[in-house]
Design a protein around this ligand. Structure first.
Ligand SMILES: [Zn+2]
Length: 338
């Protein structure tokens, strides 16, 4: 089978399509024939050696496809099932796993980071990674869901505690998590504002249900104006140093800054005095538990949500797709079809 291998840490230049033997599922595992995969910023970071994974390895956390083989102890009725994959592997036996808090499993691994991922024709995963594909989505759309939508769901609802009527600012709309936040927040009855340097992305955000979309420079003033001077309940900032100050200035008293990534680098300067005088919080999250993956898929189906797809490319076109993500040019998910 064809697989996209990462053979070094020089970014897109280190990616190569190779032939690999078809993997056989062991006990408790299944082999899924992938119909589509999606890229995450994680894949870009890993291709640059952040972190340095074992080489050669196959990137990709997101996948949708059909179960085609099962190992010992797995029900054969799974064969033929149309699935999307929970993007992490966990031990299943530690106290965190037993409590359904897989994000705290000390042996947690992300597909494509510590173990081979989905940018290939077939992948072997534990049977506990299988979830039914939402019926209203194509495989390409379903492949856009796993890591970004799981991260967005946990960030907004479990960690952020957001609810109908709250106001939310999405800084730098365009990436997978931000667009997932937009659609999930609208479905849950939140008011959503977006920011982007690019007029075309601001228009896309409006088309997807944002109440208003502002240019990036000094957006906090416009957020305050749109919220009768109060500021927003929450801001999702996944950019980092360039925007964090404006993000905090956009928040209401007792507002929450939510973050799950930092595309411009993880080190920021914080004015703590401004935080405590306004009783504001910084709340972080990344990925999510199996139960949250199920809840996210339930919402996608119940509200008939369709994840925005930026582009669909072949494995051979992967290097240019990585470059597109690295440059932040995309709106929605970049999908690979093996
Ligand atoms: Zn565990």
């Amino acid at each position: 089978m064809r697989a996209l291998e990462l053979q070094g840490f020089n970014g897109p230049a280190s990616l190569q399509v190779v032939d690999r033997p078809l993997p056989e599922p062991g006990a408790g595992e299944v082999r899924v024939r992938l119909k589509a995969s999606a890229l995450n910023h994680l894949d870009v970071f890993v291709s640059r050696g952040l972190p340095k994974r074992a080489l050669p390895g196959v990137p990709g956390a997101d996948g949708a496809g059909t179960v085609e083989a099962v190992g010992a102890d797995v029900d054969e009725s799974n064969i033929g099932r149309e699935v999307v994959l929970y993007p992490m592997r966990t031990c299943g036996v530690c106290p965190a796993c037993q409590a359904g808090q897989e994000v705290h499993c000390p042996k947690m691994a992300i597909l494509g980071e510590q173990v081979d991922g989905t940018l290939q024709e077939a992948v072997v995963v534990p049977s506990t990674s299988l979830f039914d594909k939402p019926v209203h989505l194509t495989s390409e759309q379903a492949a856009a869901l796993p890591l970004a939508w799981l991260t967005a769901w946990r960030l907004l609802f479990t960690r952020g505690g957001l609810k109908a009527g709250d106001s939310l600012v999405l800084v730098g709309i365009g990436g997978g998590v931000a667009t997932a936040c937009l659609l999930l927040a609208r479905a849950h009855g939140l008011r959503v504002f977006a920011t982007s340097r690019e007029a075309a992305k601001r228009q896309r955000a409006l088309d997807l249900g944002a109440e208003a979309a502002f240019p990036s420079d000094g957006f906090s003033g416009q957020v305050r104006q749109a919220t009768d001077g109060r500021g927003a309940t929450a801001v999702v900032d996944s950019v980092g140093p360039a925007t964090i100050d404006e993000s905090f200035r956009s928040l209401a008293r007792e507002g929450v800054l939510l973050t799950m990534g930092a595309t411009a680098g993880p080190k920021v300067e914080l004015n703590l005095a401004r935080l405590w005088f306004k009783h504001q919080s910084l709340v972080t999250s990344t990925m999510g538990n199996r139960s949250e993956f199920g809840a996210m898929l339930h919402d996608v189906q119940a509200y008939a949500l369709v994840p925005p797809v930026d582009s669909v490319v072949s494995l051979e076109q992967a290097p240019s797709a990585f470059e597109r993500l690295e440059a932040g040019e995309q709106f929605g998910k970049v999908i690979l079809v093996p």
